[in-house]
Ligand binder design. Sequence first.
Ligand code: GRF
Length: 203
Amino acid sequence: KRVAILISGRGSNMTALIEAARDPAYPAEIALVLSNRADAVGLERARRAGIRTTVVDHRAYPNRAAFDAAVNARLGVEGIDIVCLAGFMRILTADFVSAWHDRMINIHPSLLPLFPGLHTHERAIEAGMRLTGCTVHFVRAEMDSGPIIGQAAVPIAFDDTPDTLARRVLAAEHQLYPLALALVAGELVHVRDERLVVHSALP
Ligand code: GRF
C-alpha cells in the first residue's frame, strides 16, 4: 500500500512511521510526506530519510475546499492508497474526508472519546485522571472522531506537568502509530457499523 503522511510541524510520528516502513515485511510504503507549511521541521527529516516531500501552502488557496482539492490532486498523482494524519493542523472538509473514507487515519494524544481537540494533557491533568494515552482512529468529518483502531494507555504521575506528560504519551504514540497503520495497510482490520472488525487471521 502506498501511504502519504500529512504533517504541519516536527513530524516525530511521521519519523516513527518512516522507520517502521523500512522493514521489507512492513505492509506499507511511505510514498509521500505532504505539509501545508514550508517551514515544517518534519519536511527536512523526511527528505533526509529519502522520502519524497511536497508543500501545499494553505495560504495560496481562497478557501478550505480549494486547498483540499489541491491536496487531493497531489495524492491522486502519487497513487496514494492510505493517508496518515500526523500533527496535521488543518481542518479537512467533509468532501475530502468522505473521499478518503476508511482510507485515512489520525493519531490523537488522548484516550478518545475523552479530550478531543487541543491541550489534551493539560485537560487530563486538570480532570484528575490517573491514566491517559493516545488513539489511532479512522477519520470522520467531526474532528477527532471515528472508529478506533488502537489505543495505548499511559499513567499520569502526581507531579506531571503538561510537558512531562506529553513526552511520555509521545513515546507511546511512536509505538502505536506504526502498529495501527500495519493493521490497516495489511488489511487485517476493517470497519463495519462504525466499529473496527478484526479479521480472524490476525497473527
Ligand atoms: C502529536 O502529539 C499527535 O498526537 C498530535 O500532534 C502531535 C504531533 O507531533 N496530533 P509530531 O509532529 O508527530 O511530532
